[in-house]
Ligand binder design. Structure first.
Ligand code: ZN
Ligand code: ZN
Length: 277
Protein backbone atom coordinates (compact mmCIF):
# COMPACT_ATOMS: atom_id res chain seq x y z
CA UNK A 1 0.00 0.00 0.00
CA UNK A 2 2.81 2.44 0.77
CA UNK A 3 4.34 1.70 -2.63
CA UNK A 4 1.05 2.43 -4.35
CA UNK A 5 0.76 5.64 -2.38
CA UNK A 6 4.31 6.64 -3.23
CA UNK A 7 3.53 6.07 -6.91
CA UNK A 8 0.91 8.80 -6.71
CA UNK A 9 -2.37 6.99 -6.01
CA UNK A 10 -4.61 8.62 -3.43
CA UNK A 11 -5.09 5.93 -0.78
CA UNK A 12 -6.77 8.13 1.84
CA UNK A 13 -10.11 6.29 1.67
CA UNK A 14 -8.39 2.95 2.04
CA UNK A 15 -8.18 3.54 5.76
CA UNK A 16 -11.96 2.94 5.82
CA UNK A 17 -11.01 -0.69 5.66
CA UNK A 18 -8.90 -0.55 8.78
CA UNK A 19 -9.47 -3.57 10.96
CA UNK A 20 -10.57 -5.81 8.16
CA UNK A 21 -8.37 -8.36 6.55
CA UNK A 22 -6.44 -6.67 3.77
CA UNK A 23 -7.75 -9.19 1.25
CA UNK A 24 -11.27 -7.89 1.91
CA UNK A 25 -10.32 -4.40 0.78
CA UNK A 26 -11.15 -4.25 -2.92
CA UNK A 27 -8.60 -1.52 -3.42
CA UNK A 28 -5.81 -3.03 -1.41
CA UNK A 29 -2.55 -4.40 -2.65
CA UNK A 30 -3.84 -7.80 -3.70
CA UNK A 31 -5.08 -5.96 -6.75
CA UNK A 32 -2.72 -5.87 -9.71
CA UNK A 33 -3.61 -2.44 -11.12
CA UNK A 34 -4.49 0.95 -9.68
CA UNK A 35 -5.70 4.01 -11.57
CA UNK A 36 -5.59 7.60 -10.44
CA UNK A 37 -7.76 9.07 -13.18
CA UNK A 38 -5.95 11.60 -15.34
CA UNK A 39 -2.69 11.24 -13.40
CA UNK A 40 -1.06 7.86 -13.09
CA UNK A 41 -1.55 4.13 -13.50
CA UNK A 42 0.22 1.75 -11.11
CA UNK A 43 0.74 -1.87 -12.14
CA UNK A 44 2.07 -4.86 -10.22
CA UNK A 45 4.36 -6.86 -12.47
CA UNK A 46 6.90 -9.64 -12.11
CA UNK A 47 10.59 -8.98 -12.44
CA UNK A 48 10.96 -11.86 -14.91
CA UNK A 49 8.41 -10.23 -17.25
CA UNK A 50 10.87 -7.42 -17.93
CA UNK A 51 13.27 -7.75 -20.84
CA UNK A 52 16.21 -5.70 -21.97
CA UNK A 53 15.74 -4.92 -25.67
CA UNK A 54 18.80 -3.09 -26.98
CA UNK A 55 19.28 -1.17 -23.79
CA UNK A 56 15.60 -0.30 -23.26
CA UNK A 57 13.64 -2.13 -20.58
CA UNK A 58 10.44 -3.50 -22.05
CA UNK A 59 7.49 -5.47 -20.74
CA UNK A 60 5.12 -7.17 -23.19
CA UNK A 61 2.03 -9.03 -22.03
CA UNK A 62 -1.64 -9.64 -22.70
CA UNK A 63 -3.94 -9.48 -19.71
CA UNK A 64 -7.04 -10.02 -21.78
CA UNK A 65 -5.75 -13.44 -22.74
CA UNK A 66 -4.97 -14.12 -19.08
CA UNK A 67 -8.51 -13.11 -18.12
CA UNK A 68 -9.95 -15.43 -20.77
CA UNK A 69 -7.86 -18.26 -19.46
CA UNK A 70 -9.35 -17.81 -15.99
CA UNK A 71 -12.88 -17.52 -17.29
CA UNK A 72 -12.62 -21.24 -18.14
CA UNK A 73 -11.44 -22.21 -14.67
CA UNK A 74 -13.97 -23.37 -12.11
CA UNK A 75 -12.14 -22.47 -8.90
CA UNK A 76 -13.15 -19.45 -6.80
CA UNK A 77 -9.70 -18.04 -7.36
CA UNK A 78 -10.24 -18.09 -11.12
CA UNK A 79 -13.06 -15.57 -10.84
CA UNK A 80 -10.89 -13.29 -8.71
CA UNK A 81 -7.89 -13.62 -11.01
CA UNK A 82 -10.04 -13.03 -14.07
CA UNK A 83 -11.41 -9.80 -12.58
CA UNK A 84 -7.91 -8.62 -11.64
CA UNK A 85 -6.60 -9.39 -15.12
CA UNK A 86 -9.50 -7.51 -16.72
CA UNK A 87 -8.89 -4.54 -14.47
CA UNK A 88 -5.19 -4.62 -15.36
CA UNK A 89 -6.10 -4.66 -19.06
CA UNK A 90 -8.43 -1.67 -18.64
CA UNK A 91 -5.76 0.23 -16.73
CA UNK A 92 -3.28 -0.27 -19.59
CA UNK A 93 -5.92 0.87 -22.11
CA UNK A 94 -6.54 3.98 -20.05
CA UNK A 95 -2.83 4.75 -19.76
CA UNK A 96 -2.53 4.37 -23.54
CA UNK A 97 -5.55 6.54 -24.28
CA UNK A 98 -4.73 9.34 -21.82
CA UNK A 99 -0.93 9.03 -22.17
CA UNK A 100 -0.59 8.56 -18.46
CA UNK A 101 2.70 7.67 -16.85
CA UNK A 102 2.81 4.08 -15.67
CA UNK A 103 4.53 3.26 -12.40
CA UNK A 104 5.55 -0.33 -11.88
CA UNK A 105 5.66 -2.18 -8.60
CA UNK A 106 8.07 -4.94 -9.47
CA UNK A 107 7.59 -8.20 -7.60
CA UNK A 108 10.00 -11.05 -7.24
CA UNK A 109 9.34 -14.46 -5.79
CA UNK A 110 7.50 -17.58 -6.86
CA UNK A 111 5.18 -16.76 -9.72
CA UNK A 112 2.09 -18.89 -10.26
CA UNK A 113 1.99 -20.59 -13.65
CA UNK A 114 -1.20 -20.35 -15.68
CA UNK A 115 -3.44 -23.25 -14.69
CA UNK A 116 -1.77 -23.69 -11.34
CA UNK A 117 -4.01 -23.53 -8.26
CA UNK A 118 -1.37 -22.36 -5.84
CA UNK A 119 -1.26 -18.54 -5.55
CA UNK A 120 1.97 -16.70 -6.23
CA UNK A 121 4.27 -15.86 -3.35
CA UNK A 122 5.95 -12.48 -3.46
CA UNK A 123 9.25 -12.30 -1.61
CA UNK A 124 10.34 -8.83 -2.71
CA UNK A 125 8.46 -5.80 -3.95
CA UNK A 126 9.88 -2.47 -5.11
CA UNK A 127 8.53 0.65 -6.80
CA UNK A 128 10.58 1.43 -9.89
CA UNK A 129 11.62 5.08 -9.38
CA UNK A 130 11.47 5.65 -13.15
CA UNK A 131 8.06 6.01 -14.82
CA UNK A 132 7.13 3.75 -17.73
CA UNK A 133 4.80 4.43 -20.64
CA UNK A 134 2.56 2.38 -22.90
CA UNK A 135 4.56 2.03 -26.11
CA UNK A 136 1.81 0.08 -27.87
CA UNK A 137 -1.63 -1.34 -27.15
CA UNK A 138 -3.41 -3.51 -29.67
CA UNK A 139 -7.12 -2.92 -29.18
CA UNK A 140 -8.01 -6.05 -31.13
CA UNK A 141 -5.82 -8.58 -29.36
CA UNK A 142 -5.04 -6.87 -26.06
CA UNK A 143 -1.27 -7.23 -26.62
CA UNK A 144 0.61 -4.37 -25.07
CA UNK A 145 4.17 -3.24 -24.57
CA UNK A 146 5.41 -0.97 -21.82
CA UNK A 147 8.74 0.84 -22.05
CA UNK A 148 10.77 2.26 -19.22
CA UNK A 149 11.35 6.01 -19.29
CA UNK A 150 9.23 8.82 -20.65
CA UNK A 151 10.67 10.69 -23.64
CA UNK A 152 10.72 14.45 -23.74
CA UNK A 153 7.56 15.86 -25.30
CA UNK A 154 8.16 16.40 -29.02
CA UNK A 155 7.44 19.80 -30.51
CA UNK A 156 5.57 20.21 -33.80
CA UNK A 157 5.14 23.30 -35.95
CA UNK A 158 2.58 24.60 -38.41
CA UNK A 159 4.01 22.50 -41.26
CA UNK A 160 3.87 19.27 -39.24
CA UNK A 161 0.24 19.89 -38.44
CA UNK A 162 -0.59 20.52 -42.09
CA UNK A 163 1.48 17.69 -43.52
CA UNK A 164 0.30 15.05 -41.06
CA UNK A 165 -3.27 15.91 -41.91
CA UNK A 166 -2.93 16.06 -45.65
CA UNK A 167 0.31 14.47 -46.83
CA UNK A 168 1.57 12.07 -44.19
CA UNK A 169 4.72 11.08 -46.08
CA UNK A 170 5.90 14.48 -47.19
CA UNK A 171 9.24 15.52 -45.82
CA UNK A 172 9.38 18.90 -47.52
CA UNK A 173 6.80 21.60 -47.28
CA UNK A 174 6.08 24.13 -49.96
CA UNK A 175 4.53 27.43 -49.00
CA UNK A 176 2.00 29.36 -51.04
CA UNK A 177 4.86 31.26 -52.68
CA UNK A 178 6.70 28.00 -53.40
CA UNK A 179 9.72 28.42 -51.16
CA UNK A 180 11.05 25.00 -50.26
CA UNK A 181 11.90 24.59 -46.60
CA UNK A 182 14.00 21.83 -45.23
CA UNK A 183 12.18 19.71 -42.68
CA UNK A 184 15.52 18.97 -41.02
CA UNK A 185 16.20 22.67 -40.49
CA UNK A 186 12.77 23.14 -38.90
CA UNK A 187 13.41 20.08 -36.72
CA UNK A 188 16.74 21.55 -35.62
CA UNK A 189 15.10 24.82 -34.57
CA UNK A 190 12.32 22.99 -32.72
CA UNK A 191 14.83 20.78 -30.92
CA UNK A 192 16.85 23.81 -29.94
CA UNK A 193 13.79 25.65 -28.57
CA UNK A 194 12.67 22.52 -26.68
CA UNK A 195 9.05 23.66 -26.48
CA UNK A 196 9.65 27.29 -25.47
CA UNK A 197 9.11 30.34 -27.65
CA UNK A 198 12.54 31.72 -28.50
CA UNK A 199 11.20 35.25 -28.12
CA UNK A 200 9.12 35.30 -24.93
CA UNK A 201 10.23 32.04 -23.30
CA UNK A 202 6.66 30.78 -22.78
CA UNK A 203 5.86 27.16 -23.50
CA UNK A 204 3.87 26.54 -26.68
CA UNK A 205 0.40 25.12 -26.30
CA UNK A 206 -0.28 21.39 -26.15
CA UNK A 207 -1.82 19.88 -29.28
CA UNK A 208 -4.72 17.44 -29.24
CA UNK A 209 -2.25 14.61 -29.72
CA UNK A 210 -0.01 15.71 -26.85
CA UNK A 211 2.91 17.43 -28.56
CA UNK A 212 3.98 20.99 -27.89
CA UNK A 213 3.14 23.43 -30.68
CA UNK A 214 5.44 26.22 -31.81
CA UNK A 215 5.74 27.84 -35.22
CA UNK A 216 8.96 27.93 -37.17
CA UNK A 217 9.87 31.27 -38.68
CA UNK A 218 12.63 32.48 -40.98
CA UNK A 219 14.28 35.37 -39.19
CA UNK A 220 15.43 36.88 -42.49
CA UNK A 221 12.63 35.82 -44.85
CA UNK A 222 13.38 33.50 -47.75
CA UNK A 223 11.89 36.22 -49.97
CA UNK A 224 14.75 38.48 -48.81
CA UNK A 225 17.23 35.69 -49.59
CA UNK A 226 17.55 34.63 -45.97
CA UNK A 227 19.17 31.18 -45.83
CA UNK A 228 17.22 28.06 -44.90
CA UNK A 229 19.57 27.15 -42.07
CA UNK A 230 19.04 26.59 -38.34
CA UNK A 231 20.74 29.94 -37.60
CA UNK A 232 18.04 31.68 -39.60
CA UNK A 233 15.05 29.78 -38.24
CA UNK A 234 13.41 30.56 -34.90
CA UNK A 235 10.70 28.61 -33.07
CA UNK A 236 8.03 30.99 -31.80
CA UNK A 237 4.67 30.93 -30.10
CA UNK A 238 1.88 31.82 -32.56
CA UNK A 239 1.49 35.33 -31.10
CA UNK A 240 5.15 36.23 -31.49
CA UNK A 241 5.29 34.62 -34.90
CA UNK A 242 2.52 36.99 -36.03
CA UNK A 243 4.19 39.91 -34.32
CA UNK A 244 7.52 39.09 -35.99
CA UNK A 245 5.72 39.47 -39.32
CA UNK A 246 3.22 42.24 -38.72
CA UNK A 247 4.14 43.99 -35.48
CA UNK A 248 5.37 47.56 -35.11
CA UNK A 249 8.36 46.05 -33.31
CA UNK A 250 9.16 43.51 -36.01
CA UNK A 251 12.64 44.93 -36.72
CA UNK A 252 13.57 44.73 -33.05
CA UNK A 253 12.21 41.20 -32.85
CA UNK A 254 14.22 40.20 -35.90
CA UNK A 255 17.43 41.52 -34.34
CA UNK A 256 16.68 39.77 -31.08
CA UNK A 257 15.95 36.43 -32.78
CA UNK A 258 19.08 36.74 -34.87
CA UNK A 259 21.28 36.97 -31.83
CA UNK A 260 19.38 34.22 -29.97
CA UNK A 261 19.50 31.73 -32.84
CA UNK A 262 23.07 32.51 -33.78
CA UNK A 263 24.28 32.17 -30.20
CA UNK A 264 22.43 28.89 -29.73
CA UNK A 265 23.70 27.41 -32.97
CA UNK A 266 27.31 28.49 -32.71
CA UNK A 267 27.93 28.04 -29.00
CA UNK A 268 25.58 25.54 -27.47
CA UNK A 269 24.83 23.06 -30.22
CA UNK A 270 27.73 23.07 -32.65
CA UNK A 271 27.68 19.41 -33.70
CA UNK A 272 24.00 18.59 -33.56
CA UNK A 273 22.93 19.77 -36.99
CA UNK A 274 24.44 18.83 -40.28
CA UNK A 275 24.61 21.11 -43.29
CA UNK A 276 21.39 22.16 -44.90
CA UNK A 277 20.14 19.32 -47.10
ZN1 ZN B 1 6.32 34.05 -27.68
ZN1 ZN C 1 7.37 33.48 -40.07
Amino acid sequence: MDLVQRAGVDVSDWSNYAGKASAANPRYCYEWAFVETGRVVVLNVWLNQIEDVEGVLVLSANMRAAAEHHSEGARDADAVWRRRAERFDRAVQLAARDRLPVRLIICDGRRRQLGEAQASKVSKRMLDPVAWRVASYNATSGDFTLKRGVPAVPTVDQFDVETTQEHPNETRSVTGTAYVRSAEVRRAALRRADGFCEYCGERGFETASGETFLETHHIVPLSEHGPDTPENVAALCPTHHREAHFGRRRDAIREHLRSVARAAETVALPAKHGPTP
